[in-house]
Design a protein. Structure first.
Length: 326
C-alpha cells in the first residue's frame, strides 16, 4: 500500500463496463484478445459503517440499485465478501462494526459487459476511500480477480483490467498494453436481452476440443490470426478490414456452437443495415452483439438492431477512445 489519506465517513468508488472486440475464449488458451472500455455504462459503489450488527453476513451487507431486476444481490455477496476479507488482509485496516455497501450500476448483468468485475473494482476503490488508503493498479487487479474467481471460477483477467481502462487494450500472454487507434467509426453494442451462459459455453467448447483431435489448436490458431489482423487494421486505419475480421470471428464462435438464433439475427441485422462487421461479444450463448459502423449509418443500424430484437443499444465512438488513449 502506498499513500495513506484521512479516512472518510463514506467511501466512493467507480468503474465502467467493457466489451471484448476479438479474442473471446481463445484468450484463456494463450491467444491475444482486444477489449474496449464502455465508459457510458458505469458502476458507483459507496461504503460506510453502521451499528446494526452483522445480521449473519460476516459484517457486511450489500444493496444493489440501478439496472432493473438485477439478480445479483445473493450471487454477488459471496464474491464481494471475499473481496472485503482480502482487502482487509492486504491493507491491514481495522474492521468496523458493520459495513454497508450500496452499488448503483447501469451495466446489465450476465451480458458479457463485465458487470461483476466493475462492481468489484468500484467496491475496492470505495473501501480504499473509506479507509483513506491509496491502492495501486496492481493491488486493485489482484482484489478484483479474487472476487471474479469466486464468481466465475478461473478468470482470464481481461475483465478485471478492462473495467478500469481508459483506452482499448491488448491482452497477450498475461501482458497488457494500450492499443493504437487509427480508425474512425462507431461501435454499436446491442443487448439481446438474454443472459449469457459463459460457464456452459466454456464447457461446450472444451467438450468439442476433446471430441475432435486438433480442434483446440485449429480454434486457437484461427482466433489468434483474426485478432492480430484486427489489431493491425485498427492501428492502420483500415475499418473495412477490422469489420471483416470481427464477422469472421463471429463465424468461428458460431461454428463452435457458442452463438444463438437471436444473436445471429442481430449480427445479420447489423450487417444488412451497413455495418462493416458484427459479432457476438463475451462468453456466448446469449449476451450482446458488437457492430462496427460508419457514423452516417448508425441510425439505420440501431433501428434494425431493435427491430431484430435488441432490448437496448449503446454507441461507443472510436474517436472518443482514441482521445482517451493519448
Amino acid at each position: 500500500m502506498s499513500e495513506i489519506r484521512r479516512a472518510r465517513s463514506v467511501g466512493i468508488g467507480r468503474a465502467h463496463a467493457k466489451a471484448i472486440l476479438l479474442g473471446e475464449h481463445a484468450v484463456v488458451y494463450g491467444a491475444p484478445a482486444l477489449a474496449l472500455p464502455v465508459p457510458q455504462l458505469t458502476v458507483t459503489a459507496s461504503a460506510g459503517w453502521s451499528y446494526r450488527g452483522t445480521d449473519g453476513l460476516g459484517g457486511a451487507s450489500f444493496t444493489m440499485t440501478g439496472s432493473p431486476s438485477r439478480p445479483m444481490v445473493t450471487q454477488a455477496s459471496d464474491s464481494l465478501r471475499r473481496l472485503i476479507t482480502e482487502f482487509t488482509a492486504t491493507t491491514g485496516v481495522d474492521d468496523g462494526p458493520h459495513l454497508d455497501v450500496i452499488i448503483d450500476g447501469a451495466i446489465p448483468h450476465g451480458r458479457g459487459l463485465g458487470s461483476s468485475a466493475a462492481c468489484a473494482r468500484a467496491v475496492v476503490h470505495a473501501l480504499a476511500d473509506l479507509h483513506g488508503r491509496e491502492v495501486t493498479e496492481s493491488e486493485t487487479f489482484h482484489l478484483v480477480q479474487t472476487a471474479e474467481n469466486v464468481a466465475h471460477g478461473r478468470s482470464s483477467g481481461v475483465d478485471a483490467r478492462a473495467v478500469g481502462a481508459s483506452a482499448p487494450l491488448l491482452f497477450r500472454a498475461g501482458e497488457v498494453r494500450e492499443l493504437s487507434i487509427g480508425c474512425d467509426g462507431l461501435f454499436i453494442i446491442a443487448d439481446s436481452g438474454v443472459v449469457g451462459r459463459t460457464k456452459d459455453a466454456v464447457e461446450l467448447l472444451r467438450e468439442g476440443f476433446q471430441q475432435h483431435e486438433g480442434a483446440q489448436d485449429r480454434f486457437v490458431h484461427r482466433a489468434s490470426r483474426l485478432t492480430e489482423e484486427a489489431r493491425h487494421a485498427l492501428a492502420d486505419g483500415k475499418p473495412e478490414e477490422l469489420g471483416s475480421r470481427m464477422t469472421d470471428y463471429h463465424d468461428l464462435l458460431r461454428a463452435a456452437g457458442l452463438s444463438t438464433k437471436g444473436i445471429d439475427a442481430l449480427v445479420e441485422a447489423a450487417l444488412t443495415a451497413g455495418s462493416l462487421g458484427a459479432k457476438i461479444t463475451g462468453g456466448g450463448l446469449g449476451g450482446c452483439v458488437i457492430a462496427l459502423t460508419r457514423p452516417e449509418q448508425a441510425r439505420e443500424v440501431t433501428q434494425r438492431l431493435h427491430e431484430a430484437g435488441a432490448v437496448q443499444t449503446w454507441v461507443v465512438p472510436l474517436r472518443g477512445l482514441a482521445r482517451h488513449a493519448h
